[in-house]
Design a binder for this molecule. Structure first.
Ligand code: NIG
Ligand code: FE
Length: 407
């Protein structure tokens, strides 16, 4: 039974208590069998049965649950670096989309890329992502926008799940925007999603969630309701891109449809927060997208005070959030969303696990959970998220096995 000793501080991040309660244990140790945690506590109290076992040394560093990036658009063709100059000089995201850029330009590049190319590109990203201490990542489709290419993306994720160590959780986002073929036949596209894609994806277990972009320029609340309910009928739990660019009543729809999470939420109303709280919807905040689009930040303080679980994620995609660096998003959440580092740590671990319905198996360091953890070279979570470094993670462990270390 392996034991990790000499941990300067271990943050268990169990879900109970307030979002700021991360339950630190100083001079800690942790033991696990195969892939499950057996024991976590003070080094002086290690039970005898763990003596003389495989011993690993954390070097006095800090140990956190493996980070969970609960909202990404990992697989896409091309990039949109050519739009960056226009963006930097102030052209709005929506205007760039109207000029033929934005999601539709990525759709074109994604349709042109074959599955092997996409897998290769994702593997390059995942290889860096695991070095940041991330052990689970949610990945959305949404750049295919037709049957063939949406399924291609979901098959890419299925394959990735089997050929590299991180857990990949797939989400179907066929309702990201209307593809050009259906510009004048919105009902036709909704029918395609509801009658062809959702049943096929459910039957072949290609995704766990059904997501939709609710916004004036994408899907209306009424259009979204039909698609989310249909997904639900087939066992694909709802998720929403909600209230990102305006208060489009996405949060209210998330509550009404029993969504697992509503994500973005820069323009959420107080009523939306209340309804999400009543319905137990996790609020996923995406500070990099807020920052890159120069939006007002999601009201994380208010959401926490009103009792919501607030997760923090990257939204990695080629348009609004061109970085998979979750610790960067976490530091940003402290600054622009007025969250404490402890709240943010829970936001990228146990709250992110809840946003993926994985809280029973991962997201905290407790007996019975998966042995997913990361060793961070920093004396505390405060110092880690303050003194931002390219990478402070020195080792990542997934299911009880080291999947990366700096040496
Ligand atoms: O989460 N809001 C919609 N979708 C993405 C952006 C996609 C893109 O620009 O390619 C987001 O921000
Ligand atoms: Fe997104």
């Amino acid at each position: 039974m392996p034991v990790l000793k000499n941990i300067g501080v271990l943050y268990t991040c169990k879900d109970e208590g307030k979002q700021s309660d991360i339950y630190p244990i100083k001079q800690a140790a942790m033991a696990w069998t195969d892939n499950k945690i057996e024991w976590v506590g003070h080094e002086t109290e290690i039970p005898e049965k763990f003596f003389n076992e495989d011993v690993y040394d954390a070097g006095g560093n800090m140990v956190i649950p493996g980070l969970i990036d609960c909202h990404t658009h990992l697989a896409f063709g091309g990039w949109r670096g050519d739009e960056f100059e226009m963006k930097a000089l102030g052209k709005p995201y929506i205007e760039i989309a109207r000029m033929g850029g934005g999601i539709l330009s990525t759709m074109k590049a994604t349709r042109e890329a074959d599955a092997d190319e996409l897998i290769e590109k994702c593997l390059e990203h995942l290889n860096e992502i695991k070095k940041l201490g991330i052990t689970t990542i949610e990945c959305k489709s949404g750049y295919g926008l037709n049957v063939e290419d949406e399924l291609k993306l979901l098959h890419v994720y299925r394959k990735l799940d089997t050929i590299q160590p991180l857990d990949i959780i797939s989400t179907f986002l066929g309702a990201h925007t209307y593809p050009p073929e259906f510009k004048n036949d919105k009902k036709g596209y909704s029918d395609l999603i509801c009658n062809e894609l959702i049943p096929h994806i459910a039957e072949h277990e290609l995704a766990r969630f059904c997501d939709i972009f609710v916004e004036e320029t994408a899907f209306t609340v009424d259009e979204a309701r039909i698609i989310l309910n249909r997904g639900n009928e087939f066992g694909l739990a709802p998720k929403l891109h909600a209230d990102q660019l305006s208060d489009g009543k996405g949060a209210e729809l998330a509550a009404e449809t029993g969504a697992v999470s509503a994500d973005h939420l820069e323009y959420i109303s107080d009523e939306g927060i209340k309804k999400m709280k009543e319905a137990g919807v996790v609020a996923v905040t995406l500070p990099l997208a807020t920052f890159y689009l120069r939006q007002q930040p999601a009201p994380a303080r208010k959401m926490i005070e009103m009792g919501l679980d607030v997760a923090v994620s990257t939204d990695f995609n080629p348009g609004s959030a061109p970085s998979y660096h979750l610790p960067y998003a976490m530091s940003m959440a402290c600054i622009i969303q007025y969250m404490s580092p402890a709240e943010v740590l829970k936001g990228a671990t146990i709250k992110a696990a809840k946003a993926l319905q994985l809280e029973k198996s991962t997201g905290s360091l407790e007996k019975g959970k998966n042995a997913d953890f990361s060793i961070i070279q920093s004396p505390s979570v405060n110092q880690w998220l303050y003194n931002f470094k390219p990478n402070a993670c020195v080792a990542t462990w997934k299911d009880g096995r080291q999947i990366w270390s700096v040496e």
